[in-house]
Design a protein. Structure first.
Lengths: 365, 488
């Protein structure tokens, strides 16, 4: 359906050329749900926006139904009608009512009558659960509602594929779910979709294929199972590990504790870890850094969560250290006093050059 | 609407304050006595040109029109005014209590009519004409008719008028008793002389009134053929224009405020109603205001429409990707924003559009439209830029072409951003048209001036026209508010 060959994109940043995409090749077939994941700034959104020419590629080919849309003669507006796009910031037409937002395309571009278009619009709004908002204005809606309307607006054009550009990134965490379930529903109905997302769990559940993008190329292209459980390439492995936990390097007690605690809290929320455990994790990390560990060198703090065991693990990793981190009697006493109660097990290991202190936190009481 | 009574109150206070009395008026009996005093004179007149010869130690203040000069004396902005002695003929002493202090010895001048340097034939014809009317007694009859205090009751004699042939275009200055408007007709000493001259030539005549300072330009650029406004012949002017034989010698005199008359105190409202009667009812002068309002509205509305359309086009160029086009638009905007409107209007009237012979009204409309377009261009641009970029992307991604995306999604949202600022600029434009009098258009402001030059009432006509401007601007603002509500 869509074939991308040797796609490159370079733009000029104050005289210095910046390459966002370098030689991207890929194929999207009918009925596929493709998630595009990867670190920030690696060209995921740019790649998606090249597919409908919102960004102009520097070179390469994008062939849709046999037509190279980079060809100057190609009627790009016509091609775009078959490709819906859902934006991070919703981009509903602010001056039009919800009903007008989902009917303007069919009426002006597909030649539908107002009655037909409104009938279809109502169907679509029902499908995304917002038929009661037909006469509201976009400004009256919450972020999640706006995004669902944006999806309905896409569907109003009866597209053959929908491109999602980080559809939940601008949403409050409480509203992410409602939007994801609409997309899930579309996937079940067999809609072809390409989704740039940071929602890993969602990507894993819904996708037929995952593209892992890194530094402007499609670094690994495989099934969710392979990408998430046994990635073949090292950068993918590192990324997958990273998204499963928090890594911070702390060089002293004067570190930014607030930001660390905040990321722990968000991490715990993401995995629906209870409030109590979340508070406990924060306390453990804070007390270890502020009171227990001597902090005589850099310490890497790693927080991760095992979904199988439903446990939080906190690891302190100290480079170039031979003696155990809790070896000193004073430190040991402090550990007993402040932290021990929150932990089930404590492992103090070494691989010869580095020391690892791995704490397994207690479950919710 | 609550602001209207408040405005009236402020203006009434202004009026009542302006006629305060009780301060001793300075006196002078010879030129030395003027030293240290503020002395007013009329721009370009003898009193202005030879000021240093008779009042080198006085503080000079120059005014553009006779009513301004008189008003300055009344309101104690100046202590004396120096003036062609003949020009105080017909001034109502109950409105302007001025009295002659002394005639300035040795200052005075020959008065002549001016033609273009290369228009020798017309000048020669005029001189022949002058000799003829002096010989047959017509000229002295004219002097009797206009240069006396009976000037207000004098009637224009019947003069033959021609409709065929090339129009003789005459530039005049509105000033009693030379040229003024009575019952809607041009009358006065110079008007009669020019009408007689046109009849002598068997040509139709068109009279236009200018500020003194723009008459030279009007003559030289061919906007008028004859400049007849009681001009003193001097060397400097003779270099620029061709003067006829002199037809009058006018001495210059110094005037002072008269002692405050023991006026019976007239009740305030009676005073207002008197002013109302004198300025608006007598000779149906309100009709002049109606004509003025019409002229102002025509110029304002046409330049508003034209300027908005032009502004849209310039904005399109400004947003163009072609560097040449956007650069052109940027320069256009910068230049126009940097030129004062009055200067721009004069340049358009006397230089750029002078060869086209276009009427003053259209020159004004075009000039204001061009000026307005520079501002609307920027308003449109910021209004469009303020629409979120995502709106455009959403339109494009659905499959709308760029132009349809602009039409359906960007423009409706931009209009909402634009309207409040646009309203401000539009109201400014309406008020800004008050300068068109400089190019001989009789708009509302000019009509006010014409009435003032007849009645010598400095305040009432000004107050009336300011109220009219206020109402026009207010109504217009309301109309735009309605429009924006409808769009919102």
């Amino acid at each position: 359906m869509i074939t991308v060959k040797h796609l490159s994109k370079t733009y000029d940043n104050l005289g210095a050329p910046v390459t966002v995409l370098r030689d991207v090749n890929c194929e999207i077939n009918k009925g596929e749900v493709i998630s595009i994941i990867g670190p920030s700034g690696t060209g995921k959104s740019t790649f998606l926006r090249c597919l409908n020419m919102l960004e102009t590629p520097t070179s390469g080919e994008i062939i849709i139904d046999g037509v190279n849309i980079l060809d100057k003669k190609a009627d790009i507006s016509k091609v775009r009608r078959k490709m819906g796009m859902v934006f991070q910031n919703f981009n509903l037409f602010n001056h039009l009512s919800i009903m007008d937002n989902v009917t303007v395309g069919p009426r002006k571009l597909l030649g539908m009558s107002r009655e037909e278009a409104e009938e279809q619009g109502m169907e679509l709004l029902k499908m995304v659960g917002l038929s009661s908002k037909a006469n509201s204005m976009p400004s009256d809606l919450s972020g999640g509602q706006k995004q669902r309307v944006a999806i309905a607006r896409c569907l109003s054009m009866k597209p053959e594929i929908i491109l999602f550009d980080e559809p939940t990134s601008a949403l409050d965490p409480t509203m992410v779910g409602e939007v994801l379930s609409v997309i899930r529903q579309l996937a079940q109905q067999g809609m072809t979709m390409a989704i740039v997302t940071h929602e890993m769990q969602f990507a894993r559940d819904v996708s037929s294929r995952i593209l892992f993008m890194n530094e402007g190329i499609i670094y690994e292209d495989d099934t969710p199972d392979v990408i998430f459980n046994k990635p073949k390439l090292p950068a993918t492995t590192a990324f997958i590990n990273k998204i499963r936990g928090i890594n911070v390097t702390v060089s002293g007690r004067d570190c930014d504790m607030f930001s660390i605690e905040d990321s722990i809290e968000r991490f715990c929320m993401k995995y629906a870890v209870g409030n109590e455990v979340s508070e406990r994790t924060k306390t453990v990390v804070r007390e270890m850094i502020m009171n227990v560990l001597p902090m005589d060198g850099e310490v890497e703090v790693h927080v991760d969560y095992s979904e199988k065991k439903e446990r939080i693990y906190v690891t302190f990793h100290s480079h170039n250290r031979t003696e155990p981190m809790l070896g000193d009697t004073v430190v040991s006493e402090k550990f007993e006093k402040y932290v021990k109660d929150y932990c089930d097990t404590v492992h103090d290991d070494s691989d010869g050059e580095n020391r690892y202190l791995r704490l397994k936190l207690k479950r919710e009481m | 609407m609550a602001s209207l009574p408040a405005l009236m109150l402020v203006l009434c206070l202004l009026v009542s304050c302006s006629s305060k009395a009780g301060v001793e008026n300075p006196k002078a009996s010879c030129t030395e006595d003027l030293a240290g005093h503020r002395v007013g004179c009329l721009a370009g007149s003898l009193s202005d040109l030879q000021f240093d010869e008779y009042a080198s130690n006085a503080e000079k203040m120059i005014f553009n029109t006779e009513p301004d000069l008189l008003a300055a004396l009344d309101s104690r902005k100046v202590d004396f005014i120096v003036f062609d002695s003949i020009a105080v003929v017909g001034i109502d002493k109950s409105i302007h209590n001025i009295e002659i202090s002394f005639s300035v010895p040795g200052i005075g001048g020959d008065i002549g009519t001016a033609f273009r340097k290369d228009d020798v034939a017309l000048c020669r014809q005029y001189n022949d004409f002058l000799a003829q009317i002096k010989a047959d007694g017509t000229y002295s009859a004219m002097l009797d008719r206009w240069f006396s205090d009976a000037v207000h009751t004098s009637e224009m004699p019947d003069i033959e008028q021609y409709t065929d042939g090339e129009v003789l275009k005459v530039g005049e200055l509105l000033c009693l008793p030379f040229c003024f408007i009575k019952n809607g007709d041009w009358v006065g000493m110079e008007v009669e002389m020019m009408k007689r001259f046109a009849a002598y030539l068997h040509r139709p005549i068109e009279i236009k009134a200018f500020e003194f300072s723009s008459l030279m330009a009007a003559l030289k650029t061919g906007v008028v053929d004859v400049w007849c406004s009681f001009i003193t012949i001097n060397e400097e002017r003779s270099k620029e224009v061709l003067f006829s034989d002199p037809y009058f010698y006018c001495p210059v005199a110094v005037f002072r405020r008269g002692e405050d008359l023991q006026k019976e105190s007239v009740p305030f409202f009676e005073k207002i109603s008197d002013s109302f009667h004198n300025n608006l009812i007598v000779e149906s002068r309100w009709k002049m205001l109606v004509d003025g309002i019409w002229e102002t509205l025509v110029i304002a509305l046409f330049s508003l429409l034209l300027g908005t359309v032009l502004g849209g086009c310039i904005c399109a160029l400004r947003r163009s990707k072609a560097k040449f086009l956007s650069g052109f638009a940027q320069v256009y905007v910068e230049i126009l924003r940097g030129i004062p409107m009055l200067v721009f209007l004069m340049v358009m009237f006397y230089v750029v559009l002078a060869p086209t012979g276009m009427s003053g009204r259209w020159v004004a409309i075009i000039s204001f439209a061009i000026n307005f377009s520079a501002y609307t261009c920027e308003i449109f641009r910021t209004g469009i830029d303020a629409v979120d970029k995502g709106q455009k992307e959403a339109g494009l991604a659905m499959g709308f072409t760029p132009s349809k995306t602009f039409l359906f999604f960007i423009m409706p949202q931009a209009v909402r951003n634009i309207l409040p600022v646009f309203k401000n600029e539009a109201v400014s434009l309406i008020k800004g048209t008050s300068i068109v009098g400089y190019v001989a258009i009789q708009d509302l402001t000019k009509m006010g001036d014409i009435i003032r030059s007849r009645t010598f009432d400095a305040f009432f006509p000004l107050i009336v026209i300011s109220i009219i401007y206020f109402i026009i601007a207010w109504l217009f603002g309301k109309a735009l508010d309605l429009l924006s509500k409808k769009l919102a």
